[in-house]
Write a new protein. Structure first.
Length: 75
């Protein structure tokens, strides 16, 4: 946290707040349901649906192609 300008103590205190813990746990559960086990993973979220655009590192050209394909299929 400190390497990006956050005070370490403040970061730890905020991460231990009940609402933050609940939100973090909900995020972990949501990602698990989408079978995401690696990072970075880029998702397109549409309401209650999510689509994986890339898993792991991808160049911008590959991400752009994935977005264009998704738009063709769902618009």
């Amino acid at each position: 946290a400190e390497t990006i300008g956050l005070r370490g103590d403040d970061f730890v205190n905020q991460m231990q707040e009940e609402t933050v813990l609940q939100q973090t746990q909900a995020e972990f559960e949501a990602v698990k349901k989408m079978s995401i086990y690696g990072f970075p993973t880029v998702l397109w979220i549409d309401g209650q649906s999510g689509y994986v655009l890339t898993r792991g590192y991808s160049p911008l050209s590959a991400l752009k192609k994935s977005v264009e394909q998704l738009l063709l299929e769902y618009t």
